[in-house]
Design a protein around this ligand. Structure first.
Ligand code: NDP
Length: 451
């Protein structure tokens, strides 16, 4: 058995299916960092992997709340504080019925390396609940958020752990969470990021992840001597915060984003997605994408169940660049095959781990530029850290200043990843470059801090 297999076997528990996505994320990292561990024995000597894969602590709690029919509802809340070698724990909260400990472990583990790659002083964490915000009234969302934070507030703070949003948690939910935190603790402090601007949020936080994904792609295409995105057809999945702002930036730079999707199906609009309509449908009315056809009958709506198993309509649309921005494992080997056949040149992950390992292998073996989430979607956490800095210094930065700093940080991350890959003999492999660069930064801090 080789070195990598031995390392992987140490951590796997085949009896726990809930942890599948976590093992998927962990295996990718172990394969990537094998050259580093073999060339520099100190990481093995200090048992860095063993210490990194186990969270510092997992907080699990009951959340009871009253729905609009005065029925008591019960959900489970979590916060996984993974690693704080580089700074306070930092990572989003996800409210979605698919949330369990395994999903949050995968997201938290990825977050450690992502945050390390930014070069900013932040550790890694993730949290959330199996609460489903879909179809809930505003008052139910507020009651849930308030019950959630009554428990979680004991474990967070500006120098301890600073949660943000993720799937199902936007500025409305962060507002309710912060409002209750303030009441319980009597403290007005930067304990959440992603707050609405008028009470402490940073300008550009909502746009940051989506814009950052495009900045990273522009930088990667330049480094790989490929054509720019200008005038090119692009496909985007998702219709949430990340997807909509990626579409917005693509339109701003003269590209043609032709798709978006939600959990019901895909919109293909060959003339370009109507951004204003999409924002209204998803941010204001929270409607299904099917309604897009009411004002754009020339577009196509492909319901999810109409597509063959294992494949997704978005990735069957010919494009120059693809941007999976919905959820984990949404781009499979079949999808990768379709993208390759249709002449796609670049794939950038906006969502966390949206591509399966088989899809990544196939794309890389066909020399498609592939940007992994932990590098490409770091824009959100970068601007979250800018929000923490603004809160701590009681200052407000302009939109232009945040945007400029975000762009230069994404370019820096891209260069760091590309150069690390080159240094370790895997030039052009942004997955390995990101994993090695992120791991090394956290590992060196862990060694310096002692056990
Ligand atoms: P949102 O909740 O705003 O949007 C998620 C989108 O994905 C929605 O359109 C949703 O559809 C769709 N979706 C969710 N689950 C599925 C599914 N199983 N199948 C198909 N579509 C699905 O989330 P975000 O945009 O914030 O997050 C998207 C991804 O980006 C996640 O992986 C998140 O972890 C990652 N990310 C987000 C960051 C941020 O700043 N927000 C930062 C870094 C990463 P529907 O509306 O029907 O539910």
């Amino acid at each position: 058995m080789g070195f990598v297999e031995t390392e992987i076997q140490k951590f796997e528990n085949p009896n726990c299916a809930e942890n599948n996505v976590f093992y998927q994320a962990m295996e990718e990292v172990i394969y990537s960092i094998a050259p580093l561990l073999e060339s520099d024995k100190k990481y093995v000597k200090y048992s860095i992997l063993e210490r990194l894969v186990v969270p510092d602590r997992t907080i699990k709690f009951k959340v009871t709340w009253l729905d609009d029919n005065n029925q008591i509802q019960v959900n489970t809340g979590y916060r996984i504080q993974y690693n704080n070698a580089l700074g306070p724990y930092k990572g989003g909260l996800r409210f979605h019925p698919s949330v369990n400990e395994g999903v949050l472990k995968f997201l938290g583990f990825e977050q450690i390396l992502k945050n390390a790659l930014t070069g900013l002083p932040i550790g890694g964490a993730k949290g959330g609940s199996d609460f489903d915000p879909k179809g809930k009234s505003d008052s139910e969302i507020m009651k849930f958020c308030k019950s959630f934070i009554i428990e979680l507030h004991k474990y967070i703070g500006p120098c301890i752990d600073v949660p943000a949003g993720d799937i199902g948690v936007g500025s409305r939910e962060i507002g309710y969470l912060f409002g209750e935190y303030k009441k319980i603790t009597s403290r007005y402090e930067g304990v959440f990021t992603g707050k609405p601007f008028f009470f402490g949020g940073s300008l550009m936080r909502p746009e940051a992840t989506g814009y950052g994904v495009i900045y990273f792609t522009q930088s990667m295409l330049e480094m790989e001597s490929k054509d720019t995105l200008e005038g090119k057809i692009c496909t985007v999945s998702g219709a949430g915060n990340v997807a909509i702002h990626a579409i917005e930036k693509l339109l701003q730079i003269g590209a043609l984003p032709v798709s978006c999707s939600d959990s019901g199906g895909t919109i293909y609009d060959s003339r370009g997605v109507d951004l204003e309509l999409l924002k209204e449908m998803k941010f204001e009315k929270r409607e299904s994408l099917e309604k897009y056809l009411q004002t754009h009958p020339e577009a196509k709506y492909i319901p999810i169940e109409e597509y063959p198993e294992g494949g997704h309509a978005v990735w069957d649309i010919p494009c120059y660049a693809a941007f999976p921005c919905a959820t984990q494992n949404e781009l499979t080997e079949i999808d990768a095959q379709n993208l390759i056949q249709n002449g796609c040149v670049s794939v950038t992950e906006g969502a966390n781990m949206p591509s399966t390992p088989e899809a990544i292998d196939l794309l890389q073996s066909h020399k498609i530029c592939f940007a992994p989430a932990k590098a490409a979607n770091a824009g959100g956490v970068v601007v979250s850290e800018f929000e923490m800095s603004q809160n701590a210094s009681m200052s407000r930065w302009s939109f232009e200043k945040v945007d400029e700093k975000l762009k230069s940080t994404m370019e820096m991350i891209c260069k760091r990843v590309a150069l690390t890959a080159k240094d370790y003999g895997v030039e052009g492999n942004y997955v390995d470059g990101a994993n090695i660069a992120g791991f090394k930064k956290v590992a060196d801090a862990m060694i310096a801090e002692g056990i």
